[in-house]
Design a protein around this ligand. Structure first.
Ligand SMILES: Cc1cc2nc3c(=O)[nH]c(=O)nc-3n(C[C@H](O)[C@H](O)[C@H](O)COP(=O)(O)OP(=O)(O)OC[C@H]3O[C@@H](n4cnc5c(N)ncnc54)[C@H](O)[C@@H]3O)c2cc1C
Length: 508
């Protein structure tokens, strides 16, 4: 980690000068030491062609008016002697990829991350296409999963990696390694990495710069010191509990709570999970999601999630562990973690010169709970739109540029989110439906289509004849599962809300 702290000091020194009886905005020095190749403004007025004598003008009103004029810069205005300044809040995959693209594109970039050795609670599974698209080195990929077992409520196991070729796999990473690599790469390309906790921001009028207030940890203390910086655009990449989203009233989203335990298991048991991941479905492990055992570097991650009955998450976790008991026996829990997973995009993802990306925007797919690729991709797409809209950081850019990213995003991924949403509603709603789902997974055609769309993030055109066969199989499986469901309706145990939960606990 030492390397990532090099060149990233923020002094926290705030040169604030109240002007003329507090009637105008203060001037601040950012005090950010830049990474090689990056440019830094030393004050709000750096690079803006304002005669210095303006500050000497007498009377609060004249100064105030002069300052207001300087603050406001409409989109498209040429920036003289300085570059566009963008702060990216959050250094996960979305923030790091946004920062990298901005810095490469000539924008003065600040990536503010509260914890540079953050270990985001995450399964760490990434699709194959991400490796090439984001030029990821093999050292940051711990395991290549080539086999996957879907396990039904009645413990019927179906192997779903059969159609993978020798060169196809799912990558498994540790997020502390993965995120660190992406941030360091952004820094090498010119982004300024700031170890700080974003607190709030304020904008000087709708066309003016933002003052960002954050707690700087550059001095190495845990408490940190208050600091500010000024930028033209903010990208909120600060995850599911985004403060940036709250600031722009982005609206709430439904979220799942996901729980995960990292378990170090004996070597012979680890051998079984060497290149194998398991997914468990059933009311016991989750009423609306799945439980998983994913192989990590030298341990397995066992977890589950739910939206509809969050208070029962530990009970679902216990059930997931029970189902995998024989295969993980003798294991030692080395880490317990929990985190929200957004269920759908926020109602608002942009306001003026503020944009949201990744989990902050709500880009996790239903059914699979996949978010790393979409976070990195949205960060990159948002940054590309800003680089283009600002002519490589030479012009002011804002909402129009950000909306280009949102339009492209929605066109590219709307259908993916919708299909996975429908699949979750159809197949995760009852145990008979889950049995039908696992049964369908046995079909080679289903496996090929599923893996191709997961690994390559493209909707692969199918074979019309196989599509019809698949439709018939799906419908008949669902009819069968519905019949079973009605027959068992008196005994089906689906829990919604804490009452059902407490009843379950009481009878456990
Ligand atoms: C248990 C679990 C398992 C998962 N498994 C998978 C999986 O296997 N595969 C997959 O694709 N997805 C998985 N996901 C989803 C995935 O983790 C997220 O979609 C992904 O991390 C989103 O990336 P992000 O950059 O948008 O946000 P995050 O990764 O959450 O990064 C946000 C960053 O912002 C920083 N931050 C937050 N607030 C502030 C602040 N105020 N100031 C400064 N910094 C701040 C945080 O420290 C963090 O580094 C899982 C999620 C959970 C909870």
């Amino acid at each position: 980690m030492a390397a990532s702290f090099a060149n990233t000091q923020v002094s926290g020194k705030v040169a604030t000068r109240q002007v003329a009886q507090g009637r105008v905005a203060p001037f601040r020095a950012t005090g950010v030491r830049k990474a090689a190749g990056a440019q830094t403004s030393s004050s709000l007025f750096a690079g803006v062609s304002v005669p210095q004598r303006v500050f000497a003008m007498g009377g609060a009103r004249s100064v105030s008016r002069a300052v207001q004029t300087v603050f406001a810069m409409r989109d498209g205005a040429v920036l003289e002697g300085r570059k566009l300044r963008v702060a990216v809040i959050g250094g996960g995959p979305s923030g790091a990829c946004a920062a990298e693209t901005l810095a490469k594109g000539g924008v003065e970039t600040y990536l503010i991350e509260r914890k540079l050795d953050n270990c985001k609670p995450c399964g760490g599974a990434i699709p194959l296409c991400m490796v090439e698209e984001f030029d990821l080195p093999m050292e940051i990929i711990d395991r290549k999963v080539t086999k996957m077992k879907m396990i039904s409520p009645s413990n019927r196991e179906v192997d779903v990696g059969k159609t993978l070729s020798e060169t196809e796999w799912i990558g498994m990473c540790r997020r502390e390694v993965f995120d660190d690599y992406l941030r360091n790469r952004a820094q090498k390309l010119g982004a300024n990495i700031v170890n700080g906790l974003f607190m709030r921001s304020e904008q000087q009028g709708s066309d003016g710069p933002f003052t960002i207030h954050y707690t700087s940890y550059a001095d190495g203390s845990k408490m940190g010191v208050p600091a500010t910086m000024e930028v033209d655009i903010i990208i909120g990449a600060d995850g599911a509990n985004s403060r940036v989203a709250k600031e722009i009233d982005a609206g709430e989203y439904d979220y799942a709570i996901a729980f995960q335990e990292r378990i170090r298991i004996p070597d012979d048991k680890m051998k079984y999970y060497e290149n194998l991941a398991e997914m468990y479905v059933g009311d016991d492990v989750s009423p609306d999601f799945y439980g998983w055992v994913f192989p990590k570097y030298d341990h397995v991650a066992v977890g589950t999630g739910t939206v509809v009955n969050k208070t029962a998450i530990k009970q679902y976790q216990q059930a997931t562990r029970d189902r995998a008991k024989v295969k993980t026996e003798g294991g030692k829990i080395i880490r317990v973690e929990a985190h929200p997973i957004p269920e759908h995009p926020r109602p608002r993802r942009c306001k003026g010169r503020v944009a949201l990306v990744g989990d902050a925007a709500g880009y996790v797919t239903k059914c699979s709970g996949e978010g790393i690729y979409f976070a990195a991709k949205s960060g990159r797409m948002c940054a590309e739109a800003i680089v283009e809209g600002s002519a490589n950081g030479t012009k002011m850019a804002g909402e129009d540029a950000i909306r280009v990213y949102l339009d492209k995003w929605d066109r590219k991924y709307w259908a993916t989110y919708k299909v996975l949403d429908i699949l979750q509603k159809v197949f995760y709603r009852s145990n008979p439906a889950r049995e039908a789902f696992v049964e369908l997974c046995e079909d080679s055609y289903v496996q090929k289509m599923t893996f191709d769309s997961y690994l390559y993030k493209t909707v692969v055109p199918g074979n019309p004849l196989d599509d019809v066969k698949l439709l018939v199989r799906t419908v008949s499986s669902l009819i069968r599962s519905n019949a079973l469901r009605s027959a068992n309706s008196n005994s089906v145990d689906v829990s919604f809300g804490s009452k059902a939960n407490s009843e379950r606990v009481a009878t456990a």
